[in-house]
Design a protein around this ligand. Structure first.
Ligand SMILES: [Zn+2]
Ligand SMILES: [Zn+2]
Length: 345
């Protein structure tokens, strides 16, 4: 496995943007090919530069963290990374083929590959079924919940097919006319003369939105959109060992599709609240234990907290302040795997 970007910069995985920028400036000065006589300086310089670019971009950093260094680099070579699914989805279907039906979390680590698709210039074809947009939301958990796994109920406001008109956007008895702007083509073509020659541009007809038809009346509930905002209460099953910032996907819980296309997906970003007793790093936990001077000198058996309760811990004779001990298996459970991380005391 190659050295990852955090190592390249010499920062922790939790480093703030400022820390990353600072570390980058230091490394960049050190490796600058004009300055350094290290024969690999140029390579190293490129790497820290790249590391800074990725880690100071929230979205890229999230992808990087989810995919790991090697997969990220491969994906980027294929041109897949950074397609940007900002905000409320908006992309076609960044996730490619759907996974198994039964378990909505089959693809737990969503790879934000190959965004782009979406509204791009092609001008949508009339009446072609289109998948709805993916939507995003957040759910917050306590560390205990992340440890055990939990079912979380949450509410999202999302677009849903208008019940009044069943998504048509017009009353059933509305009069149908061929769209005057595009003559029923659903697309309009404009030709412009530019310094580079004549450019022909085809776009979706704005008047009928590609449908080729207009209606004498609009549905009053959705104002012709066929879609209304609704509040939905959903329950998501969160697996034990989930980490802060990971994203779960609920298939088909996103925005409704068009022309009979499937719904988009709902992406749920999991946030985990800070805990009084533990710091988390991956699946390992860290606990600061204060002991008395005699306990440190002579050794003692003390109770220490675990996520689910307490356990006994032997403070060895002659322990120095700042020493660290490992309690095996008392960290967070490995996600979808056996065993657990460790507790560092
Ligand atoms: Zn309606
Ligand atoms: Zn039209």
């Amino acid at each position: 496995m190659s050295e990852d970007f955090y190592d390249a910069l010499g920062v922790s995985r939790n480093a703030s943007e400022d820390e990353i920028k600072k570390a980058y400036r230091k490394k960049a000065a050190e490796y600058h090919p004009d300055v350094s006589d290290d024969p690999d300086a140029e390579e190293k310089f490129k790497k820290v530069k790249k590391a800074k670019e990725v880690l100071t971009d929230d979205q890229k950093r999230q992808q990087y963290d989810q995919m790991g260094h090697d997969r990220y680099e491969q994906a980027e070579k294929r041109g897949g990374v950074g397609g940007g699914a900002g905000g409320m989805g908006g992309q076609g279907n960044p996730f490619g083929g759907a996974g198994g039906q039964g378990n909505p979390f089959e693809d737990i680590f969503n790879q934000f590959f190959g965004g782009g698709g979406g509204m791009g210039g092609q001008g949508r074809q009339r009446n072609r079924p289109r998948q709805g947009q993916n939507l995003r939301t957040r759910v917050r958990l306590d560390l205990e919940e992340a440890y055990e796994g939990v079912e979380k109920q949450f509410t999202v406001t999302r677009p849903e097919r208008c019940p009044e008109c069943d998504g048509d956007g017009h009353p059933e008895d509305a009069e149908v006319n061929t769209c005057p702007q595009c003559n029923g083509q659903g697309q309009t073509t404009t030709v412009r003369d530019t310094p580079l020659g004549r450019v022909q541009q085809t776009q979706t007809c704005p008047q009928c939105r590609g449908e080729g038809q207009t209606y004498s009346e609009r549905c009053p509930d959705c104002d012709g959109d066929g879609v209304v905002e609704e509040e939905a209460t959903l329950t998501v099953t969160i697996p034990a060992g989930i980490r802060d910032g990971q994203t779960l996907r609920m298939e088909r819980e996103g925005a409704p599709g068009e022309n009979g296309g499937p719904n988009g997906d709902l992406l749920i970003e999991v946030g985990i609240r800070d805990h009084d007793a533990f710091e988390r790093d991956g699946d390992d936990l860290y606990h600061n234990l204060a002991v008395s001077f005699p306990q440190a000198v002579f050794g003692a058996t003390v109770e220490i907290p675990t996520v689910t309760g307490t356990t006994e811990f032997e403070v060895p004779e002659g322990t120095q302040s700042g020493e660290s001990f490992r309690v095996r298996g008392e960290g967070m459970p490995h996600l979808r795997g056996r065993g657990s991380g460790d507790l560092h005391v």
